[in-house]
Design a protein. Structure first.
Length: 250
């Protein structure tokens, strides 16, 4: 089985078990967004600054890239955007469709593997919203090139990125370094065994070179960024950032 299919199956299982990032927003949250009361996250705890978003969402074409789960795309819909979601987890796509039916808006929900060329024409979208998810693919540079291709001139890429620190640790207490970076279970059997033991799918660390420099090399202009923590645990308690979020523009 390809590692991408293992990850889709794993995430489906997490969703059915009540995974935090697979719980759709409720009706009250959708109504509040329609009244201008909303926030979104790209990383575990910090809300994306409002000035990272366009001043108006009406008819904005938004792609949720590996962003299924019914958490952000319904907010975009409530604000007047036209949404497309691409995700490889059927359960995450089902959540998107469920919220769309409940709130009576349209969304194009596509099952697709972001490690492959994206199934969209050049200059298709005004904004791509990409929460932390590229830990589930081995090579992120082609993703940035595809995002650049499908964004319109002036379009925005808002991305959540894992900085790799979490992959140093094998245990939840995060107190003892076990692995070296880069973390690549396809070439390190002990890393794969650790992931399998914790039902974590197949995950990969990525460097600043791959993540942020990769966006720049794809042609993007970096407009802003911030760091975030896990939100809980040993590293969080010691103020260790484990995530970045970036606003890049074509």
């Amino acid at each position: 089985m390809k590692y991408q299919d293992i990850n889709a199956r794993t995430i489906d299982h997490w969703v059915h078990e009540g995974w935090q990032w697979g719980i759709p927003i409720d009706h009250a949250t959708y109504l509040a967004a329609q009244q201008g009361q909303w926030s979104m996250v790209l990383t575990p705890t910090k809300a994306v600054p409002r000035d990272w978003f366009p001043t108006t969402f009406e008819n904005l074409k938004v792609l949720g890239l590996a962003a299924g789960g019914g958490q952000q795309m319904p907010i975009f819909a409530a604000l007047g955007a036209r949404g497309t979601i691409l995700d490889y987890s059927p359960a995450q796509l089902d959540s998107e469709r469920m919220v769309a039916r409940r709130e009576k808006y349209e969304i194009e929900a596509i099952r697709g593997d972001m490690s492959q060329p994206l199934p969209f024409a050049d200059n298709s979208f005004d904004l791509i919203f990409h929460p932390v998810s590229n830990v589930y693919i081995a090579d992120v540079r082609p993703v940035w090139a595809e995002c650049y291709r499908i964004l319109k001139p002036g379009g925005r890429l808002l991305a959540g990125l894992d900085n790799g620190v979490n992959f140093l640790f094998a245990d939840d207490d995060e107190s003892q370094v076990k692995f070296s970076l880069p973390f690549d279970p396809l070439i390190h059997p002990e890393q794969m065994a650790s992931l399998q033991a914790s039902d974590s799918g197949v995950q990969f660390s990525h460097t600043l070179d791959e993540q942020i420099r990769g966006q720049l090399q794809a042609g993007f202009k970096l407009r802003d960024l911030y760091e975030d923590t896990n939100g809980e645990g040993f590293l969080h308690e010691h103020g260790v950032p484990t995530f970045w979020a970036t606003w890049a523009e074509k």
